[in-house]
Design a protein around this ligand. Structure first.
Ligand code: ZN
Length: 399
């Protein structure tokens, strides 16, 4: 698509859009289901009703044959070309815990780990220490001072934390120190650049502080990434957007495009319902709702669990719809086929309901119906323009 065209045509109105993402929704034909997919086997009366009154299609997350991570896959469905707008894991981790990154910050993920007396990693997750323990250890690391820069260490969950270095002209050309295997030493950060010197010093000082704190007596650093500010979804598409997600990474990637992060008071669907209501009460006209369990089931290769996760979402759907959205889109960020236990490149079913549509082509929400749906196959970055058009938020091009 011609870049900047949609942005030029955006006009504001009061229409409200729900973008619900069932993570890892897409799947492939499964023998034990008689060639059906989990979405096809699941009982989904609510989504089927929306499919009959709306339109279906298939989105391609990044490009044909490309398997995306969840970060780039989400950027695509937010209308940001994931190849142009690249984000590292460290940045996602920091944004996910609500850390306010500044342009040029260098972020990385921390794993507390166990090393033996000869410096070999014996457990890359330090026995999955409790989150309370993680908070305590992070408290000790926040005392680390490195000349010329500011250092922030933030706990995430269990053995995971993240670190942000703030200074002049930092670079993310740094390899993971996590060897990826036990029985090996952490990878040395070599080289003379300022950023490498900083990381080396941080790791040494952390090792000194933690050396008697078995099992978490060392740290591994991964996913070094510089934060680069993106134009916001408000600037580009005129949307006042909110994210309602239970997992930090998805709040992070949504925060990156300027969505407001809504707090969920309980970490379940009812907490998400209240957060969606609050987002609308606060004047948002675009809500991104994230549902994780289908992806986890796909990665476990658990067909029945994936079916249950999709059915759980379908049962909860009416309570979200009751808040009064004008346009509703339900899709996944990518496929996570149970047979592969991994993300994949396969296209992902999309359902759009509301606004003027060529409805009547489908009777149920499924991969096979989406393949012959009214919307056809399109790039994930076309989803937002289709939603804007459906909601009457795009003017005509030319006279
Ligand atoms: Zn995902």
């Amino acid at each position: 698509m011609y870049r900047g065209l949609v942005e030029k045509l955006v006009r504001k109105n009061d229409s409200r859009i729900l973008l619900a993402v069932i993570d890892g929704l897409g799947d492939i034909s499964i023998k034990e289901l008689g060639g059906r997919t989990p979405l096809e086997a699941a009982l989904t009366p609510e989504m089927d009703r929306l499919a009959a009154g709306g339109v279906l299609g298939m989105h391609i997350p990044v490009a044909r044959g490309i398997t995306p991570g969840s970060g780039p896959a989400h950027l695509g469905i937010f209308g940001y070309d994931p190849v142009t707008y690249q984000v590292g894991r460290g940045v996602l981790a920091a944004l996910g815990v609500g850390f306010k990154l500044k342009h040029g910050d260098l972020a990385a993920r921390i794993n507390f780990c166990t090393v033996n007396d000869s410096g070999m990693v014996t457990d890359r997750r330090a026995g999955r220490i409790s989150t309370e323990k993680c908070v305590e250890l992070v408290g000790m690391l926040t005392d680390i001072r490195i000349e010329g820069i500011e250092t922030f260490v933030i706990p995430v969950k269990q053995h995971r934390a993240c670190v942000v270095f703030r200074g002049e002209d930092l670079s993310d050309d740094i390899q993971d120190t996590d060897p990826g295997l036990t029985g090996q030493r952490p990878v040395q950060v070599t080289g003379s650049s300022e950023s490498r010197r900083i990381v080396r010093e941080f790791q040494e000082k952390a090792g000194e502080i933690l050396k008697d704190r078995k099992p978490a007596n060392f740290i591994l650093l991964r996913g070094f990434a510089l934060h680069r500010e993106f134009p916001s979804i408000e600037e580009r598409f005129g949307l006042t957007a909110a994210v309602v997600a239970l997992y930090p990474m998805y709040r992070g990637v949504a925060g990156l495009v300027g969505m407001n992060i809504m707090k969920c008071l309980t970490e379940d669907i009812s907490g998400q319902e209240k957060a969606v209501k609050k987002a609308l009460d606060n004047g948002h006209d675009f809500v991104f709702l994230h549902h994780k369990p289908a992806d986890s089931a796909g990665e476990d290769g658990n067909v029945q669990a994936k079916i249950r996760a999709i059915e759980e979402f379908d049962r909860a759907l009416p309570s979200f719809l009751d808040f009064g959205f004008d346009v509703v889109c339900i899709t996944g960020d990518h496929s996570t086929p149970c047979a592969m236990k991994l993300h994949s490149w396969h296209s992902v079913p999309v359902l759009i309901h509301g606004g003027p549509q060529r409805w009547g082509c489908s009777t149920a929400f499924s991969e096979k119906q989406a393949l012959s749906g009214a919307l056809g196959s399109f790039m994930s970055t076309d989803i937002v323009p289709l939603l804007l058009a459906s909601a009457g938020k795009l003017a005509k091009f030319g006279a």
